[in-house]
Design a protein around this ligand. Structure first.
Ligand code: EPU
Length: 352
């Protein structure tokens, strides 16, 4: 069926039927949604969810679609959070800022640096929206967003009420949170951050120090760190505006100390990091590259030749083709190293 992009304005949200999702996911998969709701007024969320046409259809929330893979058309309601607003609620040594879910993460990071707040510099240039940031606890270059989150404001679909979850109740972990574990329960509507004016810079992650040196910077500020991260990311990660991708498609696996020791005896070059609980995080990129999958291409589905964690769409790859290539990579790594990789983005519509 040809997607019908005409939408009906309901005041605070717009509804369209049989809508194309191609421009709404950064893997550029040409799937469609039975219903698409674009919400720009959070107070209208309960009404939008109660729309009579939606019945009991499944619901999928999207921000910029930078962390999802639609493996087929979605027979349900896609809710795009398009709410905007950044509000400084309390100023002082540490500032509390409430940010609407639909704001772009990278815009917020740049705004915070321009206002003189510190902390988010390592997280510059991560695609996606503010509302998506707590769901997978976005992280890069030694920093995770959870550290700066005071609370997550959400609509609880079970209890049908708005609530505020303090950080301690969000179960944040490596690319993980309560929101991932209860996927059908919460719709994030805003995030409250606490940002300091002063903070020790995080420079220890591999590559940042060297990059600052290359830039000729002796005494780095938060700005310099942001610039260094922009250089590193631009060099290593393909730009979704140029080639469809969802950032890291695979998570770095965690294995127990015994399994790590065995793997490292056989593969001493495997990059790894010991966790406080003695489990060991392994570089999934290295495992994938060692299997010869970096730069692999099957039709338009591929693994980036710049970074082995990144699944790319060279043009017209379907969601099913991308998912099938990802499975091939996972099975290859499992066969060679005995480690099953988890996917980082939400994979929608795949069985098993
Ligand atoms: N490596 C390879 N082959 C590659 C790429 C990397 O062998 O193609 C090796 C590197 O040599 C290095 C190690 O893997 O020793 C780690 O590489 P990198 O610094 O690129 O980090 P990563 O662990 O692969 C993680 C995040 C990225 C984030 C970077 C930098 C995950 C799943 N990914 O990647 O996040 O930008 O660290 O902090 O944790 C994302 O989540 O979308 C994302 C891009």
């Amino acid at each position: 069926m040809q997607p019908d992009q005409s939408s009906v304005d309901m005041g605070g949200y717009r509804v369209s039927e049989n809508a194309s999702l191609r421009a709404r996911n950064t893997l550029r998969v040409d799937a469609s949604a039975r219903w698409l709701v674009e919400l720009d007024d959070a107070s209208r969320l309960p009404d939008a969810l109660a729309h009579p046409a939606f019945g009991d259809l499944p619901l999928q929330v999207l921000g910029e679609g930078s962390n999802v893979l639609f493996t087929r058309d979605f027979d349900g309601v896609v809710l795009v959070m398009a709410t905007r607003g950044v509000k400084v609620e309390e100023d002082g040594d540490a500032t509390r800022i409430a940010v609407a879910a639909g704001e772009r993460w990278d815009d917020f990071v740049r705004w915070s640096l321009a206002q003189g707040y510190a902390g988010l510099e390592n997280l510059i240039l991560i695609p996606g929206t503010v509302g998506a940031a707590p769901i997978q606890n976005i992280g890069a270059y030694g920093v995770e967003v959870a550290e700066f989150i005071e609370s997550v404001e959400a609509w609880d679909r079970q209890q049908r009420r708005a609530l505020s979850l303090p950080r301690s109740e969000c179960a944040f972990g490596y690319r993980d949170s309560r929101f991932k574990h209860e996927p059908d329960r919460y719709i994030v509507t805003a995030v409250r951050f606490t940002l300091p004016r002063q903070r020790a810079l995080r420079l220890e992650y591999a590559g940042i120090g060297e990059q600052l040196q290359r830039m000729g910077v002796q005494e780095p500020s938060a700005y310099h760190v942001a610039e260094a991260v922009v250089h590193l990311r631009t060099r290593k990660l393909p730009d979704p505006a140029v080639i469809g991708n969802a950032g890291s498609f695979f998570k770095n696996p965690h294995v127990d100390a015994q399994a790590a020791a065995r793997l490292l005896r056989e593969h001493p070059a495997l990059p790894h990091w010991e966790n406080p609980d003695r489990s060991v995080k392994l570089s999934a990129a290295w495992l994938i590259e060692s299997c010869g999958f970096k730069g692999l291409r099957e039709g338009d589905a591929g693994i980036s030749n710049r970074h082995a964690l990144v699944l790319v769409n060279h043009g017209q790859a379907s969601g099913a083709a991308l998912w099938s290539l990802a499975q091939r990579v996972r099975q290859g790594v499992q066969a060679r190293f005995g480690v099953m990789l988890d996917t980082e983005p939400q994979v929608i519509g795949a069985s098993g």
